[in-house]
Design a protein around this ligand. Structure first.
Ligand code: SAM
Length: 192
């Protein structure tokens, strides 16, 4: 196991390192809240929820799943009022149309093209209203950003137009919104 894996496998370090390279979570939280426009009675499923940092933006009906048990244990401790479960995105057994909104936040670049297809077909089956995606956007002229992206454990950070085309082949891209968070450029996408 590499030093990078050892660091990112520790929930507290994972949270702290990300907070530093993003210059706080505020831009992600603010932009996501506005973009998703969540209503209190809507059910939300986050696939690849990590340590659950986004769960606090959703009031009652939030469920987060991740295949890494340590992250889920940490998320349950931090957010005892939310639901979390250890689950592999490649092997989910949620019923058809069982959640209003499905979230894939900083997750799809961990999927190769075959896994991407599987996940998007599952999201389309599970979501009643829409699928909301947040992904880093490659930046040609931001050297610090490029170095940070190269250290990311997700090896499939895709060009925005490629990502949009890939998403459009499984669902319809309804709208998107780009924003910055220190060295990162991120895009939010709604698929219906
Ligand atoms: C960069 S983290 C994002 C975590 C969270 N969404 C956030 O933005 O704070 C990517 C997460 O995807 C999870 N992951 C990767 N492949 C997965 C899979 N096949 N099934 C479930 N979770 C997976 C990892 O364990 C990790 O927690």
């Amino acid at each position: 196991m590499s030093v990078k894996d050892k660091i990112f496998d520790l929930p507290v370090l994972f949270d702290v390192v990300r907070w530093c390279v993003l210059g706080s979570y505020r831009p992600m939280f603010g932009n996501l809240t506005k973009f998703v426009d969540h209503k209190d009675d809507e059910t939300v499923l986050e696939i690849g929820c990590g340590t659950g940092i986004f769960s606090k933006l959703f009031r009652k009906y939030y469920t987060g799943v991740d295949f890494f048990e340590e992250f889920i244990v940490n998320a349950k401790k931090k957010f005892p009022d939310k639901k979390f479960a250890v689950m592999d995105a490649m092997n989910m057994d949620f019923k058809d149309k069982s959640y209003d909104k499905v979230l894939l936040l900083n997750f799809l670049h961990h999927m190769d093209d075959d896994e991407f297809e599987k996940v998007m077909k599952e999201c389309k089956r599970i979501a009643r209203k829409g699928v909301f995606i947040m992904e880093p956007v490659p930046q040609k002229y931001n050297l610090v950003g490029r170095v940070l992206y190269s250290l990311d454990r997700g090896k499939h950070i895709r060009d925005f137009f490629l990502l949009k085309d890939m998403l459009n082949s499984y669902m319809k891209v309804k709208r998107y919104h780009m924003f910055r968070s220190l060295f990162y450029k991120l895009v939010l996408i709604e698929c219906v």
